[in-house]
Design a binder for this molecule. Structure first.
Ligand code: 6CS
Ligand code: FE
Length: 300
């Protein structure tokens, strides 16, 4: 299907505009880009290309992991609740996420520049990388509400003006992600189809979407089609497990109704060749703590 045009400009991945809802567009970019050697084997790259994610069980361990988990707890205690980088749950006052953690903490600044994480990201994205976004999703016990199904790229394309699918998320599990405490779920292979979403982006949408996303989520027909063509994989794992997933992988997580909080760190690496342009959906750019418009290339 051809891309939709808006005011004469061809939009490669149309969403949140007339005619885009429910349209599935084939991915135009490679999943794994050529040109950068790195630590990942051919089998690992092939798995990521096919499935859109790659898991490393207990990659970070020992005191390094304990320091990181301790810092996540300390950060939650010390950051003022009214700080704009703090996102509370849609119901109750528990902290749902803290953004910009690499600027709030030297431990997370060091972690996002971990040579292995950066080298793997460069290898997949085929270029130098910078941090588009960092956050901790705390998903507290009993209070952590769902993150409904979505493609991060759909939001980053529409609201941040990310031109192409050349970014990925690197997740570090800080507490155990069991089957039952709302682990991240991914539909393998979904990263190869862009799903146009219904709705129009409200002003300051992030103040709502980061709590409970309702605009920029696919319709049930498209979700059912993606699942019927594949399956749903739950990203369970012990603390220290690292999961890379493609910017366009369809993912989500349920509500946590157990006593076991599910604290996960997310670093989003974007290719330096893919820096943000103007938001496509016509709203002002989002704040820098959500979408970094001043990329410092991570040189490690
Ligand atoms: O809007 C964003 O950038 C964020 N929203 C979600 C649901 N996932 C990615 C990111 O944290
Ligand atoms: Fe997401």
């Amino acid at each position: 299907m051809n891309a939709l045009s808006v005011q004469g400009e061809v939009i490669p991945y149309p969403s949140r505009q007339n005619g885009a809802a429910g349209r599935m567009t084939d991915r135009r970019e490679p999943v794994v880009y050529p040109g950068q050697d790195g630590p990942l084997s051919k089998d690992q790259l092939d798995f990521f290309e096919k499935n859109g994610f790659l898991k490393f069980e207990q990659k970070i361990t020992g005191t390094v992991l304990m320091d990181i988990l301790g810092e996540a707890d300390r950060l939650k205690q010390r950051i003022p609740y009214t700080d704009e980088r703090v996102i509370s749950e849609p119901i109750g006052n528990d902290i749902r996420s803290v953004f910009d953690i690499h600027r709030l903490s030297s431990i997370f600044s060091d972690l996002c520049q971990d040579p292995d994480l950066v080298a793997a990201s460069r290898q997949i994205l085929g270029s130098n990388v910078y941090l588009h976004q960092s956050r901790i999703n705390y998903k507290p016990g009993f209070q952590g509400r769902e993150f409904y199904w979505h493609s991060d790229f759909e939001t980053w394309h529409c609201e941040d003006g990310m031109p192409r699918m050349r970014a990925l998320s690197c997740v570090l599990l800080l507490t155990e992600n069991f089957e039952y405490n709302a682990p991240l779920m991914i539909i393998p292979g979904s990263h190869k189809h862009f799903v146009g979403c219904p709705g129009k982006t409200p002003e300051n949408h992030y103040q709502k979407s980061l709590k409970q996303q309702q605009v920029g989520v696919p319709d049930q027909k498209c979700l059912s089609r993606l699942v019927s063509q594949s399956e749903i994989k739950t990203m369970t794992g012990k603390p220290g497990t690292v999961i890379f997933f493609d910017c366009n992988a369809m993912h989500g997580s349920g509500s946590n109704i157990t006593p076991h909080s599910r604290n996960n760190v997310f670093f989003v690496y974007n290719s330096v060749e893919n820096q943000l342009a103007d938001p496509i959906c016509g709203v002002p750019p989002r704040p820098n703590f959500i979408a970094n418009r001043h990329p410092e290339t991570i040189d490690v």
